[in-house]
Write a protein that binds this ligand. Structure first.
Ligand code: AMP
Length: 214
């Protein structure tokens, strides 16, 4: 099973992708995580990626196509694309890559959210550096301050693009460049919407209901 998760920043794509990965033995392919790893390791792309990501703009399509082509080449199981494609050019490039490998996308899940809620959801979020569990300053603090509920880790990470200003640009990029790819998948009958304003477990249940019918 190969899936795409679509939705604006803060919709919960990463959280749901992690859950699907565990429940269905899929591999999460998060282009944002790949770029953050490149930035952290200081590899060739690091400087450009850091600048672009911190501003909230998108990286160039040809770089993203190369990154995702390499990743898809290296896996033998089903996958969940989280953060790719983000433009019409990327959607077409993905079809090309998949076609060459005799693969296809089974479902594109759009996590729909009220835009007014997004800035509050994104600004203030942090994750455990050890296990990746997600938290939020206002909505979900660890039970014991400073310790991860899941693994007891005491180090936490915040994304440098989770600022109000970068979120504005990221939302703008979503509306202008990513939302226009929805009709591309709707026409094929593989676009499925879920209500991302529900709590995390209910969003997972909605996605599972979609997957039960593909
Ligand atoms: P994300 O973790 O998916 O929110 O991605 C964080 C940032 O990485 C985005 O705001 C972009 O700057 C960059 N990025 C991730 N995926 C892509 C993509 N498919 N195309 C262009 N830029 C991307």
């Amino acid at each position: 099973m190969n899936l795409i998760l679509l939705g604006p920043p803060g919709a919960g794509k990463g959280t749901q992708a992690q859950r699907l990965e565990q429940a269905h033995g899929l591999v999460q392919l998060s282009t944002g995580d790949m770029l953050r790893a490149a930035v952290a390791s200081g590899r060739a792309l690091a400087q450009q990626a850091k600048q672009v990501m911190d501003s909230g703009d998108l990286m160039p399509d040809d770089i993203m196509r190369q990154i995702i082509a390499e990743q898809i080449d290296g896996i033998n199981s089903g996958f969940i694309l989280d953060g790719f494609p983000r433009t019409e050019v990327q959607a077409e490039a993905l079809d090309d890559i998949l076609q060459k490998k005799g693969l296809s996308i089974d479902a594109v899940i759009e996590i729909r959210v009220d835009e007014a809620a997004l800035t509050d959801r994104v600004v203030g979020r942090f994750t455990c550096a050890q296990c990746g569990a997600g938290y939020h300053d206002s909505f979900h603090r660890p039970v014991v301050e400073g310790l991860c509920d899941r693994c007891g880790g005491s180090e936490f990470l915040r994304r440098s693009d989770d600022t109000a200003e970068a979120v504005r640009t990221r939302l703008h990029a979503y509306r202008r460049q990513t939302a226009p790819i929805l009709p591309y998948y709707r026409k094929r009958g593989i676009l499925k919407g879920v209500d991302g304003m529900e709590d995390i477990d209910n969003v997972t249940r909605q996605i599972e209901a979609v997957l039960a019918h593909i």
